[in-house]
Design a protein around this ligand. Structure first.
Ligand SMILES: [Fe+2]
Length: 337
């Protein structure tokens, strides 16, 4: 029986930031006209928070922690270069469940060093727009030494290549995602729907920059490589919360297991481009900070037409024509067998 994906969600808390040409029709095959920061504000506004609203007057108090690290850049580089052995079972688990969470990938000192730098970079953004709910900084490796070493990490890129079972991976982009206290959920989605890369061999890592409970806004993984097939029938709603509402409903009615476990310090997740995920609201008084990086198989090509959901992707893949192989200096090879 055909489902009527009508507007059953709560759109009352509309804070949508669609502007200019992007707001003129329902077409998702238009190019994003704003900045990447505006894209994230728009994207978070598509999340349906009605089932568990965030009370900004009653946030859970978390103390301010001074994240200081004494790790030298040399020791940081060494840690980021050492292989992290994966078992066959772990690779199989990734193929079956579409994500994996790995503990002790980085030392607490390394995570705190990244936190220090992320904090420094984010402070500059806050000064220019203090009321913004969601901060995003990408391509940090271009201007920051610690972020460059992190982006270049063969330890992490090798994990990505082994999980994807490919011989070589390139960088799409890095970014810090900071969800401010009181910021709502990130809507359910799978990343291949967003990327302008003609490939299914893409994965991302998500590294929280402190030990993180669910209440701070952790990433939530639907378990199963085939789950995306259940939700791909839901039409994209670029000006409301209907798509997120229906995906949540389908996940529930199909009894899809969701992993919402807290993250330990130094734990990092990898998820395949087909993994269905979202992120919880930040119900605490502290900002939720995570670093992500997206890896794709060396040899992949640019797609023929992008979508509004791809955001400002031309920054990440410059000077590349549709269908052309992606090989420019911004998308360098991070690991090769
Ligand atoms: Fe995502």
């Amino acid at each position: 029986m055909a489902v009527n994906y009508s507007n059953a969600s709560d759109n009352s808390e509309k804070e949508l930031s669609l502007q200019n040409i992007n707001s003129e029709d329902d077409n998702i095959h238009t190019t994003w006209q704003g900045s990447n920061e505006e894209w994230w504000d728009w994207y978070v506004s598509l999340a349906d928070n009605s089932s568990l609203p965030v009370n900004k007057e009653k946030l859970i108090h978390f103390p301010n922690i001074a994240f200081k690290s004494s790790l030298s850049i040399e020791d940081f580089k060494q840690q980021l270069a050492e292989p992290y052995p994966l078992s066959e079972q772990q690779i199989e688990q990734f193929k079956t469940e579409s994500y994996i969470r790995l503990k002790n990938v980085l030392s607490p000192e390394a995570v705190y060093l990244l936190r220090q730098e992320a904090q420094y970079l984010l402070n500059r953004c806050r000064q220019s727009n203090p009321s913004q709910q969601f901060f995003n900084i990408e391509m940090m490796w271009l201007e920051n030494e610690v972020m460059r070493e992190f982006a270049l990490s063969s330890r992490l890129a090798r994990i990505a290549a082994e999980l994807l079972e490919v011989s070589s991976v390139r960088l799409y982009h890095d970014n810090v995602l900071c969800k401010n206290p009181g910021c709502g959920r990130t809507p359910w989605h799978y990343d291949l729907h967003h990327f302008p890369i003609a490939s299914t061999n893409i994965c991302s890592h998500w590294l929280p920059l402190q030990a993180m409970p669910w209440e701070m806004g952790i990433i939530e993984f639907a378990c199963g490589m085939e789950v995306y097939k259940i939700i791909e029938q839901v039409p994209c709603d670029k000006s409301g919360k209907t798509e997120d509402f229906w995906i949540a409903r389908l996940l529930q009615s199909n009894n899809i297991k969701i992993n919402r476990d807290p993250f330990e310090l130094g734990e990092i997740s990898f998820h395949h481009g087909f993994n269905v995920h979202g992120a919880a609201a930040n119900r605490t008084t502290q900002p939720r900070m995570a670093i992500t990086k997206i890896y794709f198989e060396n040899g992949d090509r640019l797609i023929n037409s992008s979508k509004i959901t791809s955001g400002s992707w031309r920054k990440f893949i410059p000077n590349t024509k549709p269908s052309e192989m992606i090989s420019n200096p911004y998308n360098f090879i991070l690991y090769s067998v």
